[in-house]
Write a protein that binds this ligand. Structure first.
Ligand code: 8IG
Length: 276
């Protein structure tokens, strides 16, 4: 195999078999045969890993079949196995592949399918995103209540008619609010990116029922549902969406909002995972 070849780029490959191979890699390299919960870390959420429990293994993403290094500063390319005080095994995925990287949906949802193949039943998806509700402030975490997929793509192939009702589990949102009753929630709109929206596109997202704009998560949630996992989604509002805030958006601002919010939201996330 050439160095830059990728098992999921072969159209004849079965993505579920590649995920099973990745899960076997994780079991072998971590010494943990099965995981219970998976957590994908988006911008601003990385510090949560330290608070969840004891990290018993850290893997470079490149050691696991089908994973690649993230294309982006502020994202970490590692996988960790964490043992919680209650004895649950958490697989922390710090190596998200974004749709805008242009490698197709199979690579975008590989981590989710791998998590399912390791035995995970609860998938926690986090991201940094833009906020449309004018009452929201940068640095505020919100629950995802539903999504609108504006990528015009799907991670499912063929005649796979998967139901997406209650995709972001009402039960798990209630669990999160039992830890922080002030948590607001909203509908996540996934755009293709990598550019941010125009103010007119943000108004469109608002008009069709969106509250959060981002570039990940919806495609991952679809694959997680297909795999039968229960899903909890969190967005860190790092910026108000274009036109909602009057100043231009900058990636720098996004990283700074993430850094400032990190201790608070990481503590929240760790406490939620502690009761799952
Ligand atoms: I962080 O305003 C972050 N990610 N689409 N729009 C979109 N993605 C984002 C934004 C935003 N902020």
């Amino acid at each position: 195999m050439r160095d830059d070849s990728h098992p999921l780029d072969d159209p004849s490959a079965d993505p579920f078999e590649v995920a099973a191979t990745a899960a076997a890699d994780i079991a072998r390299l971590t010494g943990v045969p099965q995981h219970d919960i998976a957590l994908t870390l988006g911008s601003g959420w990385s510090k949560a890993a330290e608070l969840i429990g004891e990290t018993t293994a850290t893997l470079d993403a490149t050691e696991v079949t089908g994973f690649s290094k993230p294309a982006l500063a502020g994202h970490v390319g590692s996988l960790r196995s964490i043992l919680t005080p209650k004895g649950k095994r958490v697989l922390v995925i710090g190596a998200r592949t974004h749709y805008y990287e242009g490698h197709g949906t199979r690579r975008v949802v590989h981590s989710v399918r791998t998590a399912a193949a390791t035995g995970v039943k609860t998938m926690v998806l986090t991201n940094g995103a833009g906020g449309i509700k004018p009452t929201w402030k940068p640095g505020q975490p919100v629950l995802i209540s539903d999504h609108i997929n504006l990528t015009a793509d799907s991670p499912l192939e063929g005649a796979t008619f998967v139901d997406l009702t209650d995709l972001y589990s009402t039960r798990l949102r209630d669990v999160a609010r039992s830890i922080d009753p002030t948590l607001d929630e909203g509908v996540y709109c996934q755009f293709r990116g990598p550019h941010y929206e125009t103010p007119a596109e943000v108004q469109m997202a608002k008009a069709i029922g969106g509250h959060i704009v981002g570039m990940s998560t919806a495609l991952e949630a679809i694959a997680a549902r297909q795999a039968g996992m229960e899903i909890l989604g969190f967005s860190l509002i790092t910026n108000l969406a274009a036109g909602i805030q009057t100043t231009p958006l900058s990636h720098q601002e996004v990283l700074e909002a993430g850094r400032d919010a990190e201790p608070v939201i990481s503590d929240l996330l760790a406490r939620v995972i502690g009761v799952l």
